[in-house]
Write a protein that binds this ligand. Structure first.
Ligand SMILES: [Zn+2]
Length: 186
């Protein structure tokens, strides 16, 4: 796995593996205390200002708000391993459109995704280890462009969504920070 491009904010030299249990969460909770001190109620309701939902990989190198110039309240972000369109992503998009007024959908995969290094055999290995096969597909892929096309197609063919005239797909380059748009399958 590639190392983080950003130097660690840790001032000590302890590696992640040697942290006591709970230390990371404690750090997050401390950070939240500082965040809340500066926070003022934005007075918004739950409907995203830009009426857009972004589906993206959970990858730690993809800072969606910074990369897309998004502000608090602008959009829904729906993230999972790979940014793949699963039934649960369709569930979120359906609620996003029908209950919370979004109209546009942006799908983002990225280069060097962790999903490219595993295969559907992952499920068999899990079954072998724990005695139970997961009900979900791994959704591993080798070709990010093709998987973005497939994701756009899954969104487009969903019977539950109201708005399908603005669905666009991209691959984010984790080394340059640039999005590259993917032409949908015709
Ligand atoms: Zn990824």
């Amino acid at each position: 796995m590639p190392t983080s491009a950003k130097p660690s904010a840790e001032t000590d030299s302890a590696s992640a593996g040697s942290r006591p249990a709970g230390a990371v969460t404690d750090r997050l909770v401390r950070a939240n205390t500082h965040y809340a001190e500066e926070f003022t109620d934005p007075g918004m309701d739950a409907r995203p200002v830009l009426q857009v939902a972004v589906v993206a990989c959970m990858d730690a190198r993809l800072d969606l708000h910074a990369a897309l110039g998004l502000e608090l309240g602008d959009c829904h972000t729906i993230r999972n391993a790979g940014g793949v369109v699963t039934d649960d992503v369709i569930r979120s998009l359906t609620i996003s459109q029908r209950a919370l007024g979004t109209r546009s959908i942006v799908l983002i995969h990225h280069t060097n995704c962790g999903l490219e290094s595993i295969t559907e055999e992952f499920r068999q290995e899990l079954e072998h280890e724990v005695g139970q096969r997961p009900v979900w597909a791994v959704e591993a892929y080798k070709d990010a462009d093709q998987d973005v096309r497939q994701s756009m197609q899954r969104v487009r063919t969903s019977p539950f969504l109201l708005h399908k005239d603005d669905i666009r797909g991209f691959v984010f380059d984790v080394t340059t920070g640039l999005l590259r748009e993917i032409t949908p399958a015709s």
